[in-house]
Ligand binder design. Structure first.
Ligand SMILES: Cc1cc2nc3c(=O)[nH]c(=O)nc-3n(C[C@H](O)[C@H](O)[C@H](O)COP(=O)(O)OP(=O)(O)OC[C@H]3O[C@@H](n4cnc5c(N)ncnc54)[C@H](O)[C@@H]3O)c2cc1C
Length: 433
């Protein structure tokens, strides 16, 4: 007799695995299908996995604040062990440079105060004491390195920053996905790998299941698109029509560079977000620094087909490292590029879509825009509550479901993440969300 499932989840990245766990906790029998060989082998595996709470919208910050508590008690959240061990949350804190472009972080600090999230105002002298190798002159706005003004500092005062102590990074995002898989399996979920969904089946006006590339069919009344950068393709497979916000794949390069020998960046460094040079950074094992881009306007955005793009580094890698070398002049620039090349699944306003669709039984957690690793456990719970409510007859489009963030002490409307919303003008329209 073939197994029966209440829901099929397309994708086993961190959000797909956490959604399985949250549905399984609510007694749903779920099946995750992933075309890759293991959980977290897609874009999650390349993630910088930075955990931070500073978002440009209050709801975005509230979601991330709730997420912080899940990572801070990862073992308690999972309720189970993993034979590979648990992913570690390095609580390094996060320093965000204050610039004119971010209004010296005042709007974001107002969100932090509204939610009770701690922050500290760091003067240039305080930054000197923690990061003595930093050049705090302003080089912004970010420029390409062939611009004659590249690395020419402005006359203005040195930069200060806002430090968020409740922040850091997960060292191994693939392991975190495996942890969530094991937690879901312990509650009865099933995961299948090397299993590509090629067709989404419908009958009597609602979801009936999927067909794999191998030809095998699997039945379920609910299918959830958590396919990361393939989200738009999977929505097309399902025949979703009613969307005001679209998603598309954006190529991203992350540089891994040896840090200064004189400083233990892993022990004494932190996550940084620096709009003045258009980069974010975090420590990496072996005293390395990971450098990502905040996609400043001077850079071309490389929108690609997720099944057909160049996975090599480009001149973008060099640009990111050179930009950070403005702030850290002693940083050596290696001759060989190392790091990761992968994709963001970007929504039109860089805010995710956690929603139902116009097809009964078809749901989506997509458009995560390079900034939702940290929210995976909360997104999973939100998706589970949304699916349960809709399957019991709630019309979420007309009457958006509220969702209580217990640890953050705040209630949000899941309608904030609707596919039918207008583009949210409060967004940074960048990876910062
Ligand atoms: C370079 C980079 C840096 C990032 N840094 C951060 C960060 O610092 N902090 C943060 O919070 N977020 C960050 N993110 C974003 C974060 O990693 C993502 O939001 C999150 O990992 C998305 O998880 P997911 O489960 O939705 O998708 P994914 O991990 O992409 O998983 C989707 C899965 O679906 C599978 N799939 C697709 N199509 C099919 C199909 N037809 N059949 C079967 N399987 C299919 C894929 O194989 C894949 O495994 C970063 C992302 C990238 C790429």
């Amino acid at each position: 007799m073939s197994a029966r499932y209440d829901a099929i989840i397309i994708g086993a990245g961190i959000i797909g695995a956490c959604t399985a766990f949250e549905l399984a906790k609510r007694s749903w029998r779920t099946l995750n299908l992933d075309r890759l060989p293991a959980a977290g082998y897609g874009s999650t595996g390349s993630s910088c996995a930075i955990i931070r709470t500073h978002y440009s919208t209050l709801d975005g910050a509230a979601l991330a604040w709730e997420g912080f508590f899940r990572w801070d008690d990862w073992a308690g959240y999972l309720e189970t062990a993993d034979e590979r061990g648990l992913a570690r949350f390095h609580k390094s804190g996060c320093l965000v440079m204050k610039t004119e472009a971010n209004d010296f972080m005042r709007p974001i600090c107002r969100h932090m105060d509204a939610l009770g999230i701690p922050w500290e105002d760091w003067s240039p002298e305080r930054i000197d004491a923690r990061l003595p190798f930093y050049d705090l002159r302003s080089f912004g706005p970010p420029k390409s390195s062939d611009d004659p003004d590249f690395a020419v500092p402005s006359e203005g005062p040195r930069l200060g920053g806002i430090f968020f102590p409740c922040a850091g990074y997960i060292g191994d995002p693939q392991l975190a996905s495996h942890n969530a898989q094991r937690a879901a399996e312990a509650k009865g979920s099933t995961f299948r790998f090397n299993a590509e969904v090629a067709e989404i089946r419908k009958a009597d006006g609602r979801i009936a299941g999927v067909k794999l590339a191998s030809g095998e069919t699997i039945d379920a009344p609910v299918v959830i698109n958590i396919a990361g950068p393939h989200s738009a393709k999977v929505n097309r497979l399902a025949g979703v029509k009613d969307m005001k916000i679209g998603t598309r794949a954006l190529k991203q390069e992350v540089a891994h560079v040896p840090f200064l020998k004189s400083f233990d960046f892993g022990a004494d460094g932190m996550v940084t977000s620096d709009g003045d040079i258009g980069c974010y950074c975090r420590p990496e094992v072996g005293n390395h620094i990971v450098i990502g881009t905040e996609n400043p306007p001077c850079d071309r955005r490389d929108w690609v087909d997720p099944d057909d793009y160049d996975r090599n580094f480009s001149e973008q890698w060099q640009a990111q490292v050179e930009r950070v070398a403005q702030r850290i002049p002693a940083l050596g620039i290696p001759g060989h590029a190392k790091g990761a090349v992968d994709l963001y699944d970007v929504a039109d306003d860089w805010i995710p879509i956690y929603d139902k669709s116009d097809i009964a039984g078809f749901y989506m957690a997509v458009g995560t825009s390079g900034n939702q690793f940290k929210n995976a456990p909360v997104a999973g719970a939100m998706m589970a509550e949304l699916i349960l409510a809709c399957e019991q007859g709630r019309d979420h489009d007309r009457e958006p479901l509220p969702f209580r963030l217990e640890r953050a002490g705040h209630t949000i409307s899941i309608g904030f993440f609707s596919r039918l919303r207008e583009v949210n003008r409060e967004s940074s329209f960048s990876v910062l969300g």
